[in-house]
Ligand binder design. Structure first.
Ligand SMILES: CC(=O)[C@@H](O)[C@H](O)COP(=O)(O)O
Ligand SMILES: NCC(=O)COP(=O)(O)O
Length: 238
């Protein structure tokens, strides 16, 4: 099964914002990565809009003709924006306002009622729902009970351990993916995935429907170019 690649373009917005202008242009980059073969575009607007802005999310709606995945903490402003745009998928991430980047998955047991309510609203609007989770089996059971269509496995720990040579860190991800599949939930993954670790992750985690990759992909593209980098991921995700 081919795993879909959704390119997270947050870092393009970071670069654009550094000069206060509109270059590089996130809409153009979204068009380009799709032309290079990416199966989707991911953005993760944060409340302080330090990279992707809410306005970008609206501007991207008409140009993302593949899968549009919007990630974020479902505060009211975020929920309203997602309901107005109606992307292919919304991924719920429990970010605190001041987090540098995502640093934890949901506690799907503790927050079951809240998540179930938000998810049902998105599903009523035909938006696929995914919940960002740590690779812990009872959190997958918890995700199922919220009604989510998919989980996104939070892969930072895998990436860190893989760099250190600790390949056993993959075990919990593989077990959670298997469990999710048994429960009828789709499996996505993301955070710190890269050209170094994606092949091993893909080979060892079953039922992997989609990965969203941004930070490493954009950094790798500085050396290789954006088109060859996207193409290399696509080869490794076959
Ligand atoms: C949920 C996740 O892992 C990514 O969306 C990541 O958090 C990207 O966000 P930043 O670009 O703000 O680091
Ligand atoms: N959901 C993960 C994502 O969109 C990208 O994360 P990263 O590759 O920037 O760490």
């Amino acid at each position: 099964m081919m795993t879909k690649l959704s390119v997270n373009i947050n870092k393009i917005a970071t670069l654009r914002n550094a000069r206060g202008g509109d270059y590089p242009n996130v809409v153009q980059v979204a068009k380009d990565v799709q032309a290079f073969g990416a199966h989707g575009v991911t953005i993760h607007p944060r409340p302080d809009e330090r990279h992707i802005r809410y306005q970008d999310a609206y501007d991207l709606k008409s140009v993302v003709t593949t899968e549009y995945n919007i990630e974020g903490n479902p505060i009211k402003k975020f929920v309203d924006m997602v309901l107005a745009i109606k992307p292919t998928q919304v991924t719920l991430v429990p970010d605190s306002v001041d987090a540098i980047t995502s640093n934890a998955g949901w506690d799907t047991i503790k927050h079951k009622d809240f998540l179930a309510e938000v998810i049902s609203e998105f599903k009523r609007n035909n938006i696929r729902t995914s919940i960002f989770v740590d690779p812990i089996l009872n959190q997958i059971d918890g995700a199922k009970k919220t009604g989510a269509d998919r989980i996104e496995l939070y892969t930072e720990e895998f990436a860190k351990q893989y760099t250190l040579g600790n390949i056993k860190a993959i075990t919990s991800y593989a077990a959670c993916a298997k469990k999710a599949n048994e429960l009828g939930i789709g499996v996505n993954a993301g955070h710190d995935l890269s050209l170094d670790n994606i092949k091993f992750f893909k080979q060892n985690v079953p039922h992997l429907a989609e990965v969203s990759i941004g930070h490493a992909l954009i950094a790798e593209a500085i050396y290789k170019g954006l088109k060859p980098t996207v193409e290399e991921y696509l080869k490794l995700l076959k």
